[in-house]
Design a protein around this ligand. Structure first.
Ligand SMILES: [Zn+2]
Length: 456
């Protein structure tokens, strides 16, 4: 089996930064076409002061590949355009719906390919796509009822990153009310019909199929267990937007006499393979339920601040036992390092004290715990046997030059940006080399063209 050796000038090995690390990566075996193959780390050697002959040299700080645990690819088309005027999450949502109306499988493929290429440039090696745009306008299924999901899967393959397609049940406009006009594209009618459609999607090279409940607004209580059971039977990840807005909590209390978290617990949705996205407005009882069930928390702080959602109780959740992952969600920006530092900086503003999250804890959220939330238990670490996914951050840019290498993880989390990502390697393949994407030559142009095509 062919072996490639990467020499890492500095590497974050989970606890600290090591200088001079050689990674042996097996890249042979099942590689097929543009696919991923089974490139894995076969050995990690520390104390290697100079690059071994023939090694691929990665200068800077190499960390495990970043996991973007929550994405709606089409929201990228809203960037900038939603930054004028006032309003709330609910007025933003109306603008978002008008973009959703225009997408076809072809235009969604082009847009998502560009967005996932932007993610690769930002060091992201796996994306969790929370996908609910299933059908043609008006709700008519496409000839292939999974045409939109397959477009996203093909887009990720073209962009060279892994995808967990979190196929989302979205059945109601709120606590049993019929879907509104714009939501007809999202609904399968019932959770059983949702399950039947999703059953046709298959895991494959670089692809995991997972499930999502859009929210307790969008899936009636008596159908929550159907989605949970589908995920449990397949040991697949299950994600759910949870208490992003106080209005959702109020409506849930009015309809069911309990909080959204309590409702999910009641219907068997919580557990170690489940991730609550946002978890912003929780009671102490909710935090205890999420923590004791080891349900994950995916925070999306750049979106949460963009949409004026509020700051979730991430520290309390972590202490209670809920592992943290991170997502760029609406793609106001795509920068997992920015998401990571926002976790600590939000807490500083709220508490007027420092030191709630270490750089190591935030990197773990962006790597190992993020991958676990997406069903990639064997990614997100630099160790023998792990998938060979990693990201190199420059330490000699204007943003990162200066600190001693020992503090490179702190520099990466608190000062670097997506623009400092120099290399992205997925399954041992060099997807981004020296800041350039290997299969999407002009990512900015691809973004501009695919977004312009939606303006009509
Ligand atoms: Zn979302």
């Amino acid at each position: 089996m062919p072996l490639t050796t990467y020499w890492l000038e500095h590497a974050w090995l989970g606890a600290n930064v090591e200088p001079g690390v050689a990674l042996d990566v097996s890249t042979g075996g099942s590689t097929a076409g543009p696919g991923f193959g089974d490139g894995r780390v076969s050995a990690v050697r520390t104390g290697v002061d100079t690059p071994p002959p023939g090694a691929v040299v990665l200068r800077g700080l190499t960390v495990p590949g970043l996991a973007n645990a929550h994405s709606h690819a089409f929201h990228r088309a809203l960037r900038g355009t939603v930054q004028v005027g006032s309003g709330t999450f609910w007025t933003w949502r109306e603008v978002m719906y008008t973009v959703a109306q225009r997408l076809t499988p072809d235009t969604y493929f082009a847009l998502a390919r560009a967005v996932y290429a932007e993610m690769a440039l930002a060091g992201i090696t796996s994306v969790g796509e929370f996908h609910y745009l299933h059908h043609a306008p008006g709700g008519t299924p496409y000839a292939d009822p999974n045409a939109m999901g397959e477009a996203l899967i093909a887009a990720a393959a073209d962009a060279g990153i892994r995808i967990t397609l979190l196929d989302t049940a979205y059945l109601s406009s709120g606590f049993g009310a019929a879907p509104e006009h714009h939501q007809l594209r999202f609904t399968d009618g019932t959770a059983d019909a949702w399950a039947e459609r999703v059953e046709r999607l298959k895991d494959r090279d670089g692809v995991r199929i997972g499930a999502a409940i859009h929210s307790v607004r969008a899936v009636p209580a008596d159908q929550l267990a159907t989605v949970a059971r589908w995920a449990r039977d397949r040991e697949a990840p299950l994600h759910v937007h949870l208490s992003e807005q106080t209005a959702e909590n109020d409506a849930c209390l009015a309809a069911h006499g309990m909080t959204p978290t309590q409702l999910l617990a009641e219907h068997g949705v919580l557990g170690a393979r489940t991730t609550g996205v946002h978890n912003t407005h929780l009671t102490d009882g909710d935090i205890a339920l999420l923590g004791s069930s080891t349900t994950g928390t995916c925070m999306c702080p750049t979106t949460e601040r963009d949409l004026a959602d509020g700051i979730g109780p991430a520290v309390a959740l972590q202490r209670a036992g809920s592992p943290l992952s991170l997502g760029s969600d609406s793609h106001a920006v795509i920068d997992l390092l920015e998401e990571a530092r926002a976790m600590e900086l939000n807490e500083r503003l709220r508490t007027r004290t420092r030191g709630h999250w270490t750089a190591a804890a935030l990197l773990r959220a962006a790597t190992a715990d993020g991958h676990a939330a997406l069903g990639w238990a064997d990614a997100g670490t630099l160790e023998a046997g792990a998938l060979a996914d990693f990201t190199t951050i420059a330490l000699d840019s204007v943003r990162t030059a200066g600190p001693v290498p020992r503090l490179a993880a702190e520099t990466a989390v608190f000062a670097a940006s997506a623009a400092d990502v120099r290399h992205t390697v997925v399954a041992g393949r060099h997807v981004v080399r020296d800041g350039a994407h290997s299969s999407v030559p002009d990512v900015a142009r691809a973004l501009a063209d695919s977004i312009a095509a939606l303006r009509g």
